[in-house]
Design a protein around this ligand. Structure first.
Ligand code: HOZ
Length: 428
């Protein structure tokens, strides 16, 4: 019997659903999750010692490839000096300075332990700074699992056909206005009706939790101008896109400056970390300077910070993002060409080291369009690729991630595997 099957049965006795984060349970694709035994570069090996080319890379952080030797060394060196202090360190200043130097909109930054903490606190900060309650979010965008953000929140919830979580009292989301992603007129109408009550818009400036969805031209610009016109704050949730789509996130690619940015994933190089930052004026509202409270024993954890600093240093190598973007584009173009060769309706898109593939003729721009793609065919594709030793995200509502170690031979092997799979799919 497969050891993955044994471990899943055992895990299901002690852990709800056998996993510590729902999408990992494979419920949207069926079958048995692969239990990771070890990982290196673009690969991981499961409990049966089968090797997979990994296209989730911890959902983004493994941008340098798994177990990059310099990042591992930094973690080892930090660990011998203690794992957590609950007191400040010089390394926290170094990473804060690096984030400020690289992210155009950040003058001050606070470290936390996860993306969820970062977005949850960013919302509290926006409400505290404006004295307003209402927030705007977009259908299919996921901003962590804080109560007021768990409305129509993308992959993890969509997987179960349940757009909103149980256990969230209606009063907690009464102030959350949900609009369609890329719906410019919807944003204008919401501000026309509620302009004086809206504290902020929170948005994934390139969405990665309903598959990859790019903003249409003008969308982010209108978010910026409506917020400015009505005294609301614009929050870019760059937890996924920060240092993943380019050296300065989506704000660097578009030139649009949010008031608050949330970060996580890549800035910890695989260790648990998160951050939120903005202008000095906005950040002055955070305790101990201001009345918006936020705290955490593991905030600025020395081991996570060491991994983050080393990762950020390595990402500054000349040409890093050009190279990563070219590899990702090569993968997407190769997959699309292979599918079309076999007459399969398939499209793909990418930004930096992040990509989406869709069983539809055109690239979707909304959650509804992702849902209208051939998700049944995705499931068959996912399992056939798994058999071929290629691990894509186990949901049609997730983006994919390429690392610097996905070289030409790894990408060619992926496209060859996909070619065989598409040939089978075409036969039905
Ligand atoms: N839905 C999450 C990524 N978009 C999954 C996170 C995880 O399982 O680690």
């Amino acid at each position: 019997m497969s050891r993955n099957v044994e471990l899943f049965a055992r895990a299901s006795r002690s852990i709800p659903g056998g996993v510590n984060s729902p999408v990992r349970a494979f419920r949207s694709v069926g079958g048995t999750p692969r239990f990771v035994a070890r990982a290196l570069g673009p690969y991981f090996w499961d409990a049966d010692d089968k090797r997979y080319i990994d296209y989730i890379g911890s959902w983004g952080p493994a941008i340098l490839g798994h177990a990059h030797p310099e990042v591992v060394r930094a973690v080892q060196e930090a660990a011998v000096h203690g794992l957590s202090y609950g007191a400040p360190t010089e390394a926290e200043i170094i990473i804060a300075e690096m984030l400020i130097e690289r992210m155009p909109s950040i003058e001050q930054v606070r470290l936390v332990s996860s993306g969820t903490e970062a977005t949850m606190t960013a919302i509290r900060l926006a409400r505290g700074a404006t004295g307003r309650n209402k927030i705007i979010k977009f259908e299919g965008c996921y901003h962590g699992h804080a109560d007021s953000l768990l409305v129509k929140a993308g992959s993890g919830l969509l997987t179960f056909g349940n757009p909103t979580s149980a256990g969230v009292p209606p009063e907690f989301v009464a102030h959350t206005i949900v609009l369609d992603y890329n719906d410019i007129e919807g944003v204008r109408a919401a501000f026309a009706e509620h302009g004086k009550e809206i504290a902020c818009i929170i948005v994934e400036p390139v969405a990665g939790n309903m598959n990859l969805i790019k903003p249409i031209p003008g969308f982010l610009e209108v978010l910026r101008s409506e917020c400015t016109a009505h005294g609301a704050l614009l929050i870019f949730d760059e937890v996924m896109t920060g240092f993943r789509v380019g050296p300065q996130g989506v704000q660097g690619l578009t030139g649009i400056k949010p008031d608050i940015t949330t970060l996580a994933k890549v800035i910890g190089g695989g260790m648990p970390i998160g951050a939120f930052g903005g202008s000095k004026e906005v950040m002055a509202n955070i305790a101990p300077l201001g009345g918006v409270y936020q705290a955490g024993t593991l905030s600025g954890n020395p081991v996570a910070v060491a991994a983050g600093i080393t990762t950020l240093k390595l990402l500054a190598a000349p040409g890093f993002y050009e190279d990563l973007s070219a590899r990702t584009r090569k993968l997407v173009d190769g997959l699309v060409a292979a599918a079309h060769k076999h007459g399969i309706a398939f499209s793909g898109d990418c930004v930096g080291g992040m990509f989406g593939v869709y069983f539809s003729n055109t690239v979707p721009t909304t959650l509804a369009e992702v849902s209208a793609s051939n998700i049944d065919m995705f499931k068959v594709f996912f399992h056939a690729m798994l058999d071929e030793g290629v691990y894509f995200a186990p949901s049609a509502y997730e983006a994919g991630f390429v690392s610097a170690t996905h070289d030409d031979s790894v990408i060619a092997a992926t496209i060859e595997a996909a070619d065989r799979v598409f040939a089978k799919l075409a036969k039905g």
